[in-house]
Write a protein that binds this ligand. Sequence first.
Ligand code: MRU
Length: 353
Amino acid sequence: MTSTESHVYPVIWQKDQVLLIDQNRLPAEYTLVEISNSDDMALAIKTMIVRGAPAIGVAAAYGMYLGAREIQTENRELFLTQLEKVAEKLRATRPTAVNLFWAIQRMLTTARRTLGSVEYLKELLLETAKNINLEDLQTCRSIGDYGLEVLPKTPEKLTILTHCNAGALATAGYGTALGVVRSAWREGRLARVFADETRPRLQGAKLTAWECVQDQIPITLITDNMAAHCMKQGLIHAVVVGADRIAANGDTANKIGTYSVAICAKAHNIPFFVAAPLSTIDFSLVDGSQIPIEERDPSEIYQIGKTLITPECVNFYNPAFDVTPANLITAIITEFGAVAPGELKQFEEKQAV
Ligand code: MRU
């Protein structure tokens, strides 16, 4: 049996501070950034040092604790009011990935529901952040194993296409879409991964490729516009992607370009799976039209590195995510099993806050 345990943990609690793998520097450099206050955590999320929906949630949970630690009062009500301000600061970092809001809410609810001194609340918040971290790791392993059950039965060894990075780096470890890939690799069901490079931030080329190389999972990198051609040639047996926010009807926001991949998969009769924890489902939204889509700086598309690739006088539009309609999704793979997008509602009560 092949070992597929990832040894990549993007968010680490160590000696009273958080260490983040700087994802802006990979694959050229593996660097850990030390975060010891909530302002720095908010900046790290905003500037994408840490990224990927579940990883952002874990980082925000630690950010809440760091913020709590900074509050200088013994008065419980004052403490809770100031903790809400920390929450506001962290919420303002990125709008689309709902795990950020879910984790912040869980931290706030834990503090509000618990009686005891401010000192005790602070200890409890650290423990809760550690639990969110650990739970996400376990969740990803379950997603990986449930994913195995729904992958096509033939051929025996599959080639799976993925978009963006939904691996260990984007979670507490192991990954969601790459978790399914890891589980398939462990069971001898994977021939190789095809990774879209994922313009403009190149998460596929930089992060997914780096992770697969770390764990010796065979990977072929393609540019985003090659997916349809590869499908037509019969090179792809299934698509598995992650998610940043899933509406109650199964419409799924994920990295820009995911929607095109889903359309291509449908046209070629290839199953298209979304792998995500329940913390990525936003049951308050009826459908995907309500999901806020982050727009990022145009410099991400008009230059590569420091080189301009287009005249500056053209207009730019740089949405970071798109929404894949539920009817293009074969199944959503969660830690409680894989279901058709229309059947997500059954999980609503399991979503713990
Ligand atoms: O802008 P990013 O890099 O944070 O976007 C990441 C993605 O879109 C991932 O595919 C998604 O968060 C799933 S992570 C398991």
